[in-house]
Design a protein around this ligand. Structure first.
Ligand code: ACM
Length: 274
């Protein structure tokens, strides 16, 4: 099946501009799973909660989630996008998952990066969404979709937990500024035998004295640690690759990832990893 990323430059605090860009790009693709960056509809560099009030949306009842649902229906897409969420006056750095029947679910970022700690509440659970994706030829793909957001990559426990919950694909909306993640993702994919799809943004944002440059370099990695896609710092657009969702968990004739992990956890008395 086809999976991909939208790498682009969101305009800070300009939701209507970002909606237009996102809609224009997504309406060109069909029959695919596509991942958008973290906080794709608002930009990233918020420094104070007061800046969030007018921009945050509810999930699933907000404008952006509904826009994505309409595009997903029209073009048979699974869309995973980062967005700024509000619930009961609390703000979350979230990702929403939609498909042609509508809202599938959301994930709230747990590992908050840098000054995010001052404005967002952390999420408190990791989820795997089961979706039967049906393409134009009526092929059915059994997707078990784990979602993590940007800095979550730094903690291998996150991807491991998603794998233990059964994920075969990890969608990873991101706004990366440090250079390491594109190097780490092939290993996250290998050590968990999953596909990983990191959708990063490009461009520079400034807010008062803070300035961040986002590194682009969105990557899609295979369970064999291959880069199926590796963008540069400036590329903009939707990029798709074909993946074979049947994943063999054997490492050698005598090593199976799931069995060997069970064995390891027993040896180390780890019993609450899932
Ligand atoms: C990040 O978590 N946005 C670096």
């Amino acid at each position: 099946m086809k999976v991909g990323v939208l790498q682009f430059h969101p305009k800070f605090k300009d939701k209507s501009y970002n909606y237009k860009i996102i809609e224009n790009y997504l309406l060109y693709i069909r029959d695919a799973l596509v991942v958008l960056p973290e906080l794709a509809n608002t930009g990233y560099l918020f420094l104070d909660k007061s800046e969030l009030t007018d921009l945050a949306e509810e999930i699933p009842n907000g404008y952006f989630t509904n826009l994505l649902i309409n595009i997903a229906k029209k073009n048979n897409l699974i869309i995973i996008s980062g967005l700024l969420e509000v619930e009961d006056s609390r703000f979350y750095n979230s990702a929403v998952v939609v498909y042609k029947n509508g809202y599938v679910g959301k994930y709230r970022k747990i590992n908050l990066f840098y000054k995010e700690k001052f404005i967002f509440e952390p999420g408190d659970d990791l989820k795997v969404f089961e979706i039967d994706f049906i393409d134009i030829d009526n092929n059915i793909y059994k997707i078990k979709l784990g979602v993590m957001i940007c800095f979550d990559w730094y903690f291998p426990e996150v991807a491991r937990n998603l794998m233990l919950k059964g994920a075969n694909i990890i969608a990873h909306p991101a706004n990366l500024v440090l250079p390491y993640c594109p190097l780490a993702m092939p290993i996250r994919a290998l050590e968990n035998k999953v596909y990983t799809i990191t959708a990063n943004r490009i461009g520079i944002e400034q807010n008062n004295n803070e300035k961040l440059k986002f590194i682009g370099q969105s990557v899609i990695c295979s369970p064999k640690s291959e880069y199926l896609l590796k963008l540069d710092e400036n590329q903009e657009g939707v990029f798709l690759v074909d993946i074979d969702l049947i994943i063999n968990k054997n490492i050698t004739k005598f090593n199976n990832l799931n069995d060997d992990l069970d064995f390891l956890f027993k040896k180390l008395n780890i019993n609450s990893y899932k």
